[in-house]
Design a protein around this ligand. Structure first.
Ligand code: HPA
Length: 288
């Protein structure tokens, strides 16, 4: 069996065969939030992929060792390119991610993060759609994640430690980098985009939570719940990456309103918040 270092080297060789760009920031886009990828130069495939001005779009299926994306609202492309409106910063953008509920192992879910780390990317931005636990939240609100609770029942670092990536027992006291959080706050204020903040609970899904579970998460002091992000954040922290994470609150969590939660509502609300989200994220990219 080949180890993670060799696997990532093979994936990186495939990426380098398609683009000469050197990405500096990793970006993982959550449900319905993939439109930000369209800010990355042209993504219609017309540009020469080796032209450093054009974006390089690689479907996950064409990358060795990459899982395929099956979740609704996820496009399943790696886009590497410059974001002209963010001062030309080069991003490694995942239009869609891998979730535990899809049946992937934790190792598969965090594989792209390890590819980013092996490529020399030092900053990771994570985004997701989430249910709001704070009754003052409104669907469409954006929330800065200040910390998380890993309620998935698993951890991507279980098993032999990937020594080339980080230590056996990584510190998690500041997963979400305070100076990146401050940049996000300042940027949102300058754009007059309200930015909530709080703790995110990572839940396995795919069933939404019960109202009793939501009451427990509220007692935990959490503000949002979702089915992603925590595993990637743990793996990125293990690799010593700086992390910024933002949630789009797509619905109020189970039991807060007397109505069922649907995947359609989640994707639709994220899509509607997409313009504001993209504007904020582009400006944050420029400022970091
Ligand atoms: N729960 C879990 N994940 C979610 C939710 C939710 O209410 N909304 C969007 N993703």
């Amino acid at each position: 069996m080949i180890d993670i270092k060799e696997k990532t080297a093979e994936t990186i060789a495939a990426i380098r065969g398609r683009t000469a760009l050197e990405p500096e920031i990793g970006l993982i886009l959550g449900s319905g939030l993939g439109a930000l990828g369209d800010q990355i130069g042209k993504t219609d495939g017309s540009a020469d992929p080796r032209d450093s001005a054009g974006p390089c779009v690689i479907p996950y299926g064409e990358l060795p060792h990459f899982p395929k994306s099956t979740a609704p609202g996820h496009r399943g492309n790696l886009v590497i390119g410059r974001v002209p409106r963010a001062g030309g910063k080069v991003v490694f953008c995942m239009q869609g991610r891998f979730h535990y509920y899809e049946g992937y192992s934790m190792g598969e879910i965090v594989y792209p993060v390890r590819v980013m780390a092996a490529l020399g990317i030092k900053t990771l931005i994570l985004t997701n759609a989430a249910g709001g636990l704070d009754p003052s939240f409104t669907p469409g609100d954006l929330m800065l994640i200040t910390d998380h609770i890993n309620f998935t029942g698993n951890n991507p670092l279980i098993g032999p430690n990937a020594e080339d990536f980080g230590p056996r027992f990584p510190d998690m006291s500041k997963v979400y980098t305070p100076d990146l959080a401050e940049t996000a706050r300042r940027t949102a204020a300058a754009l007059a985009i309200p930015l909530r903040e709080g703790v995110y609970v990572g839940y396995s899904g795919p069933s939404f939570e019960t109202p009793a579970e939501i009451r427990v998460f509220q007692l935990f002091g959490a503000s949002a719940v979702g089915m992603s992000t925590v595993a990637e954040a743990i793996a990125a922290r293990h690799c010593g990456m700086k992390i910024l994470a933002l949630s789009c609150i797509t619905n109020l969590a189970a039991g807060l309103l007397d109505k069922p939660i649907t995947a359609e509502e989640v994707t639709e609300t994220a899509g509607r918040a997409g313009e504001r989200f993209t504007r904020l994220m582009t400006e944050i990219l420029k400022n970091i």
